[in-house]
Design a binder for this molecule. Structure first.
Ligand SMILES: Nc1ncnc2c1ncn2[C@@H]1O[C@H](COP(=O)(O)OP(=O)(O)OP(=O)(O)O)[C@@H](O)[C@H]1O
Ligand SMILES: [Mg+2]
Length: 317
């Protein structure tokens, strides 16, 4: 449904996107992650035909965006960053205008606008000018505009930015409900969102892809993947217990996770590709430690993100 081939965007001497290639199939929800200025929005603008690539191209539903941007725009729903809309229009007027531009037959327009307005809860503000709407409601107008023609491909730049927690939840549910029938790309800075809606994530740093995989695959790059969180009661010398655990063959490092009133908590980090939960629990049993809690960690996306984008973001490159 979407294929980018070595997309490059240069602004003068500055390279914002440095050769990005990937494919997205129907049913996939691809999350773009990356520091501010990494090139996420610029990549989306090129895929949607709003910015001409310096090099490379994107193919959307069989149409090449460099030679037939209009055909691509017909297939795509796009929520740009900041969700621009005509400020003096009302949501009702704006969506009527979009419905017309999108070629929705006149007799179906009203029903479709009502349906989409209900989906993103715009009913109460349909006749108020867009410039007087709050940030979250402006964003909802942008979302409504993006999905109005029920596009096969949906590209959303930070769709939940500025939404309240209830709306975030509803927009994620909306994305999930559409996912099976579409190919979706969204960008986000909210790592929980990747788990909540994305089937796959691409991390972009300084204009290049630095990771591409399912949320689980990304998490497995964390040093905390398969780490063991253990809390032991009645410990008189936490330091000694910690050193003892650190000497187990599968253990790379033991981090203090806080100790108070005789209870000590540690995070036991395994050597690359190993698990240590059995080793740790066997040792604890042999020693007769009073284990209050023992739990295997699934890895931390925020730590993976920080590690692979260290020194990233915008700036000269
Ligand atoms: N029209 C332009 N002229 C010059 N530089 C630009 C232009 N548009 C974008 N850039 C630069 O390209 C880089 C990538 O910007 P982009 O908006 O794609 O980042 P982003 O990953 O979306 O960041 P954010 O998380 O802040 O939204 C930035 O350094 C930005 O300043
Ligand atoms: Mg952006």
């Amino acid at each position: 449904m979407i294929e980018t081939r070595n997309l490059v965007k240069r602004f003068g001497p500055f390279t914002a996107v440095a050769g990005v290639s990937f494919k997205v199939e129907r049913g996939e929800v691809l999350g773009f992650l990356g520091p501010n200025g990494a090139g996420k929005s610029t990549t989306m603008k090129m895929i949607t035909g709003f910015l001409t690539p310096t090099e490379g191209t994107a193919i959307v539903c069989g149409h090449d965006v460099t030679s037939d941007a209009l055909a691509v725009k017909e297939k795509v729903g796009y929520l740009p960053e900041g969700a621009p809309a005509y400020p003096d229009m009302t949501p009702a007027g704006f969506l009527r205008f979009i419905a017309e531009v999108r070629g929705i037959p006149a007799e179906k327009r009203k029903a479709r606008i009502d349906e989409v307005a209900a989906m993103v809860h715009l009913e109460g503000v349909m006749h108020q000018s867009i410039e007087t709407l709050s940030k979250g409601y402006k964003r909802r107008v942008g979302l409504a505009q993006a999905v109005l023609h029920d596009p096969d491909v949906l590209i959303m730049d930070e769709p939940t930015d500025g939404l309240d927690p209830n709306q975030k939840h509803e927009v994620r549910a909306l994305i999930q409900s559409m996912a099976a029938r579409k190919a979706i790309i969204l960008s986000t800075h909210i790592l929980e969102e990747v788990d909540a809606v994305c089937t796959r994530a691409i991390v972009i740093n300084r204009g290049s892809i630095v990771a591409d995989g399912t949320p689980d695959q990304l998490r497995s790059r964390s040093r905390y993947y398969n780490a063991v969180a253990i809390t032991i009661a009645a410990v008189s010398q936490p330091g000694a217990v910690r050193d003892e655990i650190a000497r187990l063959p599968g253990v790379d490092e033991v981090e203090d996770a806080g100790s108070a009133s005789g209870r000590a908590s540690f995070t036991v980090i395994p050597k690359r590709g190993r698990t240590v939960v059995e080793e740790v629990s066997r040792h604890a049993r042999a020693k007769g430690w009073a284990v209050d809690e023992l739990r295997v960690e699934g890895g931390r996306l925020d730590e993976v993100f920080r590690t692979i984008t260290a020194g990233g973001g915008g700036g000269a490159r």
